[in-house]
Design a protein around this ligand. Structure first.
Ligand SMILES: *Cc1c(COP(=O)(O)O)cnc(C)c1O
Length: 425
């Protein structure tokens, strides 16, 4: 695809009309990617960090899978339509987005389940070192999963949750594994993956990175950082659809020494041998458990295929351009008082997300959503806006800020309907 990007540096001179942002879109070499997504007319979608939009090609692919592969092919499709290889085939495609090699990523289960599998294997491999070290602001499900492992293993596992600034100093010789989420889901802050992985290795620990807000949003170089283990989500920036299967990565050098405790037949060296003893498959496939969800897998693969041929450096540069211009517009146009930009100003330490806090953040976000500007809310007071390089436009940045200014000026957020919380925020 194209190799041009609007000159973002120029933007700090101030761009003051929607037309300036339309011009940025005209200069954007990735602009043609947007037509591959079925985004409703008039909607400014800035929540791809929670649920990516529907690719245009997905309904047709699912229809084909249902009617031809399942309807006509029936059980033959496990072989003939390549269903049985989907977890590793789609895994290899994701590997290209996160700096991993072929044979190191497999698509399976949910992020939470995959994290449990890898933590259990890592703690067992580093036997005698019981600690899973992590930080207070980690994603809650990751903390719950590690807590569950601690409850199961008793004295053989201790979850230690410390403040972010304390992490390097707490990498003692009792730590089996350092478990971190690369991009903070609240603030969008990005960890230094290379430095923290190196520090963990110096201390004799393994690392497991959660890439749920990273793959498809920011550069990730698992090999360059010598990462041991990783997990990530398929339904956010990868656009696999609600509840899409997740993925896990195991560095090749570790694959044969890690035990898959959630040992299911799909992770067996030869599932169709039907022997009574589990022999783990040689590669990353040993971390499969049960039968893959082929419908969801096909939706994810269709979405991942949209990355084929995309210049990744340009994509990451575009995400930074979108978030930088959003922050600049917020700073120049938002009313003073109440709002605070909590995401890092330095674009190198920021994911493809900008979070702003306001004591009435929940109600303000509801008013924005009613104007078809869709972001989301996280307690206690965070409004989150995600900017995906394949489909977010620069005019979306302008329109989001324009609507936010109007919501505040018209005090639209004070409507009584916004006082009660919906189930999914
Ligand atoms: C979204 C997300 C998850 C999701 O986990 P599931 O088990 O797939 O629901 C896990 N970790 C992080 C950091 C996330 O952002």
């Amino acid at each position: 695809m194209g190799s041009t990007l609007p000159n973002i540096a120029e933007m700090s001179n101030g761009r003051h009309s929607r037309r300036d942002y339309e011009r940025l879109d005209r200069d954007d070499g990735l602009a043609p990617c947007r037509q591959h997504f079925q985004l409703p007319e008039g909607v400014v979608y800035l929540d791809g960090n929670s649920l990516g939009p529907l690719p245009v090609s997905t309904p047709g692919r699912l229809q084909q899978l249902l009617l031809e592969e399942w309807g006509t092919g029936l059980i033959r499709s496990w072989n003939e339509a390549g269903w049985i290889d989907a977890p590793t085939r789609v895994g290899d495609k994701i590997a290209a987005l996160v700096g991993a090699a072929t044979g190191e990523v497999v698509v399976t289960d949910s992020t939470s389940v995959n994290l449990f599998k890898l933590l259990a294997a890592a703690v067992s491999l580093r036997g005698g070192r019981p600690v899973v070290l992590t930080e207070v602001p980690n994603f809650p499900s990751d903390l719950y999963v590690a807590g569950g492992l601690e409850a199961l293993l008793g004295a053989r596992c201790e979850l230690r949750v410390v403040e972010r600034s304390e992490v390097p100093a707490r990498l003692g010789d009792d730590v089996a594994v350092l478990m971190l989420t690369h991009v903070d889901f609240r603030t969008g802050e990005v960890h230094d993956m290379a430095a923290l992985t190196h520090a963990a290795h110096e201390a004799g620990a393994l690392v497991v990175w959660d890439l749920s807000h990273s793959a498809g949003a920011v550069p990730v170089d698992l090999h360059g950082c010598d990462v041991d283990l990783a997990v990530g989500c398929g339904y956010k920036y990868l656009n696999g659809g609600p509840g899409a299967p997740a993925y896990l990565y195991v560095a090749e050098r570790l694959q044969s020494s890690l035990t898959p405790f959630l040992a299911g037949w799909m992770g067996h060296e030869d599932p169709f041998e039907f022997g009574n003893r589990h022999r783990p498959a040689g590669g990353v496939r040993r971390f499969l458990c049960g039968t893959p969800p082929i419908l969801s897998m096909a939706a994810l693969e269709t979405a991942i295929d949209l990355w084929a041929g995309v210049d990744l450096d340009l994509a990451w540069e575009k995400s930074r351009g979108l978030t930088s211009s959003f922050i600049e517009l917020l700073e120049s146009r938002l009313p003073r008082g109440g709002f605070e930009i909590v995401s890092p100003r330095d674009s190198a330490s920021r994911g493809a997300q900008v979070s702003i806090s306001h004591p009435e953040g929940y109600r303000i976000m509801r008013a924005l959503v009613d104007r078809s500007v869709i972001g989301d809310f996280r307690p206690p007071d965070l409004m989150r806006f995600g900017f995906a390089p394949l489909y977010t436009r620069f005019v979306d940045v302008w329109d989001a800020v324009q609507n936010l200014v109007e919501v505040m000026e018209g005090e639209e957020w004070t409507r009584p309907a916004y006082a009660t919380r919906l189930t999914v925020t």
